[in-house]
Design a protein around this ligand. Structure first.
Ligand code: FE2
Length: 171
C-alpha cells in the first residue's frame, strides 16, 4: 500500500533497505521499558535515609518513586526531542547521531554503575545502539549509491528527483 503514493518514506519505496523505522522504533520502546523496570526495581523499597544518601530527594519530591521519563540532569522527556526533517539523508544522519548519543550515555552510566545486574542490562542496550548506528549507516550508503555522487548532499532525495543517478541526462 505504501508504493501507491508518491509521498511515502523512501525506505519503503526503494524496498531494499535492511531496516525500517518501525522495527528500530519498536525496539527502542522495549529499551524504554527495560530502563523503567530497572529504575523501578532500584527505587521501589528505598527508605527515607537511602533517598537522602543517594541524592534522590529532588526526584522523590516531584515523583515519589514513580517512573517519570527524564534525562539524568532532570530535563523531562519531550516529543520535541524527536527530529524528522523529511529528507532521508538528513534524517539518517540525525538517527545515527542519536544512536551514538545513546551509546555515549550508556558508556557514562557504566563508568558510575556498581550493580552487576544493571551493568549487564546496560551493556546489552549499549550494544544494540551500536548495531542501530551500523544499520542506519548501511542505509545511508544504500541511499547514496542510488544518487548522483556529484550532488547527493545538496538535494532532498524525497522530492528532488534530479539527485538520482541518470536523472539529469534524461531531461
Ligand atoms: Fe538505538
Amino acid at each position: 500500500m505504501y508504493r501507491k503514493t508518491d509521498r511515502t518514506m523512501l525506505v519503503l519505496k526503494n524496498g531494499n533497505r535492511n531496516i525500517i523505522g518501525a522495527s528500530v522504533g519498536t525496539e527502542e520502546l522495549g529499551h524504554l521499558e527495560m530502563i523503567g523496570a530497572i529504575v523501578y526495581q532500584l527505587t521501589k523499597n528505598l527508605t527515607e535515609d537511602e533517598i537522602k544518601k543517594a541524592g534522590f530527594e529532588d526526584y522523590f519530591v516531584d515523583h515519589t518513586t514513580g517512573i517519570y521519563p527524564q534525562a539524568a540532569a532532570g530535563f523531562p522527556y519531550t516529543a520535541a526531542s524527536m527530529q524528522v526533517k523529511g529528507d532521508a539523508i538528513t534524517d539518517l544522519h540525525e538517527d545515527m547521531a542519536a544512536e551514538q548519543k545513546a551509546r555515549t550515555t550508556y558508556d557514562n552510566i557504566l563508568r558510575f554503575c556498581d550493580d552487576y545486574d544493571v551493568k549487564d542490562a546496560i551493556r546489552f542496550l549499549r550494544e544494540r545502539e551500536v548495531v542501530h548506528y551500523q544499520r542506519f549507516g548501511e542505509n545511508l550508503r544504500l541511499l547514496t549509491d542510488k544518487l548522483d555522487s556529484k550532488n547527493y548532499y545538496a538535494f532532498n532525495p524525497e522530492f528532488d528527483k534530479k539527485c538520482f543517478k541518470n536523472q539529469l541526462k534524461k531531461k
